[in-house]
Design a protein around this ligand. Structure first.
Ligand SMILES: Cc1cc2nc3c(=O)[nH]c(=O)nc-3n(C[C@H](O)[C@H](O)[C@H](O)COP(=O)(O)OP(=O)(O)OC[C@H]3O[C@@H](n4cnc5c(N)ncnc54)[C@H](O)[C@@H]3O)c2cc1C
Length: 433
């Protein structure tokens, strides 16, 4: 899909979003929904470098867990009803510490919920979000890359590699961990290198998952398993036809097997060895690290690796510019919070814009310092807390120093003995604001 606009003077828009993956696409759809209720509609542009196929870096073979709070927000934005059929509900989460006695569970039922969250495959989500964007009022530039940026007093001028130019009042950087907008504007990030690499793959076990997700802290790093739909699980990796997919799915169900999305954090050399190990060696190592709680691991799909760093902008704003999602902060996938936090950036920005439009009866400068700083203030506490908690989790649970080991085991056990204590943990896991 390409919408190309060639003209001598830059095309004027109110908001330009650079990056159309999870954060940028949901923001664009949220803005289009808001715009539909206004007497003067917003002029929204979205610039995305890749078409939504299985080579798209933001909509790759990864599966992610979308927390209960995020499902609520996506429903409010009218997006979840379009994605719902892709979701596998997580009804229970089991957290354990390998080789130690600490373990705990989070369960949906006692909290009065059907599910703690939903697992979705990003490839599938990407094509639906892009379909929705083409039907919306958003001007989509795709495939198109921002190749130059010029800050002006009343906005930014963006030059795209298709020759078009845009002038926007407010620039939103949703262009991921290596944000080019951040580089053009000379902004930097704070970095924490965890000296870990995550291996991500779809794995099959010989027992039904029954909607359990698992988080296991091992000596080398955390390991997470998310339950997946059998049928969708095959599609990204095996590229089978839909008939074959259905047959594969039916076979799995008949055999009582199930599919999980695995994220396994390891020291980089070990991750490299296991990524390249033959299938049986990999499955044996996984079985050893995880134990037998989900039965036997019987198959593994394509293995992909991601270096794990935490990087964040202390102040995710600039003159007439805000940063959302991975462009503002890139988290360790340990707690499955990256998109959940990114979505809270998106919702925070939408709330600020909606209030500003309501207060000024539509005559608002969307890139004003007021709006940019209101966004910063709205996001400060949640970002700080989430970043601190994740760094604590990664460091605390990768450490063999005995007081910490004892502390974390007692901590996990206490949580399972004292259900009321679980509520704040559940609140974080489920992304309730
Ligand atoms: C292994 C793993 C597991 C994870 N599990 C979870 C989970 O369970 N739950 C969860 O909430 N999160 C999870 N995450 C995090 C989540 O996947 C990310 O936070 C989220 O997908 C980031 O989306 P984004 O839109 O902010 O950035 P990105 O996905 O990085 O998208 C940036 C987009 O910008 C585009 N772009 C870049 N430069 C330009 C340019 N110059 N011009 C135009 N476009 C450009 C790119 O093409 C890309 O589409 C996980 C991450 C990993 C690695």
């Amino acid at each position: 899909m390409t919408t190309v606009h060639h003209s001598t003077s830059p095309q004027a828009v109110d908001i330009a979003i650079v990056g159309g993956a999870m954060a940028g696409a949901t923001l664009a759809l949220g803005l289009a929904r808001l715009s539909a209720s206004l007497t003067r509609p917003l002029r929204i542009a979205l610039i995305e470098a890749h078409v939504a196929d299985n080579k798209h870096p933001g909509f790759d073979a990864r599966s992610i867990a979308i927390a209960h709070g995020s499902i609520f927000e996506l429903t409010r934005l009218g997006i979840w009803p379009k994605l719902k059929h892709l979701g596998t509900p997580i009804e229970n989460i089991h957290v354990s510490d390998r080789g130690h006695f600490g373990m705990t569970e989070l369960n949906a039922k006692p909290l009065g919920l059907d599910a703690l969250g939903q697992v979705v495959e990003l490839t599938k989500v990407g094509s639906i979000l892009f379909d929705e964007l083409t039907k919306s009022s958003v001007q989509v530039y795709c495939p198109a890359k921002v190749t130059a940026l010029q800050a002006q007093q009343d906005g930014h001028v963006l030059s795209l590699d298709d020759g078009s130019q845009l002038h926007c009042q407010l620039l939103v950087a949703a262009d991921g961990a290596h944000s080019v907008v951040r580089q053009y504007l000379g902004q930097t990030t704070e970095q924490v290198d965890f000296q870990q690499t995550a291996i991500v793959a779809n794995v099959t076990t010989n027992q039904p998952h029954q909607h359990w997700a698992y988080e296991r802290f091992t000596q080398t790093g955390p390991l997470a398993l998310l339950p997946m739909q059998n049928m969708t699980a095959f599609s990204a990796q095996l590229k089978e036809s839909s008939t074959q997919l259905k047959q594969s799915s039916a076979q799995l169900i008949a055999k009582g097997q199930s599919r999980y999305s695995l994220v396994w954090a390891l020291p980089p050399t070990q991750a490299d060895d296991l990524k390249n190990a033959d299938k049986s060696e990999f499955l044996a190592a996984l079985q050893h690290a995880f134990g037998n709680r989900v039965g036997q691991f019987v198959d593994v799909g394509q293995r992909v690796s991601y270096p794990l760093t935490l990087s964040y902008m202390p102040r995710p704003i600039y003159h007439r510019c805000v940063f959302v999602g991975n462009a503002a902060q890139t988290l360790h996938p340990i707690a499955g919070q990256g998109f959940n936090l990114g979505l809270r950036d998106v919702v925070g920005l939408l709330d600020v814009i909606e209030q500003a439009i309501a207060q000024t009866h539509g005559e608002v400068d969307l890139g004003s310092s007021n709006i940019v700083h209101q966004y910063l203030a709205a996001r400060q506490q949640d970002r700080d807390n989430t970043l601190r908690n994740i760094e604590f989790l990664v460091r605390g649970f990768s450490n063999q120093y005995w007081p910490l080991v004892a502390g974390r085991n007692i901590g996990l056990r206490l949580l399972s003995w004292l259900p009321p204590l679980k509520r704040p943990v559940a609140q974080t896991a489920m992304g309730w604001r």
